[in-house]
Write a protein that binds this ligand. Sequence first.
Ligand code: SF4
Ligand code: SF4
Length: 171
Amino acid sequence: MAELELLPIIKESEHPCFDCAKCCNYVAVEIDEPTTNKEYDYVVWYLLHQGVSVFVDWDNNWYIQFQTRCDKLTENGLCGIYETRPAICRDFDWRECEQHVKEEAPDKWSWTEADVFLTWFERKRPKAFKKFDAYRQKKQRKAEEKELQRVKVKITDLPGPPVEAPPTSPS
Ligand code: SF4
Ligand code: SF4
């Protein structure tokens, strides 16, 4: 919970942060907007992990988000180190929290699954997606060729059939 600042006119249970603590249950880190095949591949990889999402805010900044509870969040949903909490928690103003500001969707785009991201990618950036798809297919082909080569080497390493001894002539 960012700051359970009690307003004189309302009861604690009526405070917007009461029983919420959503902001103490994730970490979001800004990332570069993907523009290369490798960067798009990273986004897919992030989204294949449980509890990881990617979102784009209304200023077009890209973030990776990890769903993870702060160790200092107490059982009753309060900050266990309120006096010494990090500046980022201190600066977070509940009045600007997306839980209250409902006029617009909190993010421009957000994804929790790789397949959903790929569908967005294909629809919104078709040219880049085409290149990305070709890049992935090329990678797959190369991996298959490498594996085939490895198997071939193994087969040639195998010992040949046993050589039979020549028949002995009757004396
Ligand atoms: S600031 Fe927002 S997310 Fe955090 S506890 Fe309050 S209402 Fe919940
Ligand atoms: S330090 Fe306190 S305010 Fe900051 S995320 Fe943890 S519990 Fe929440």
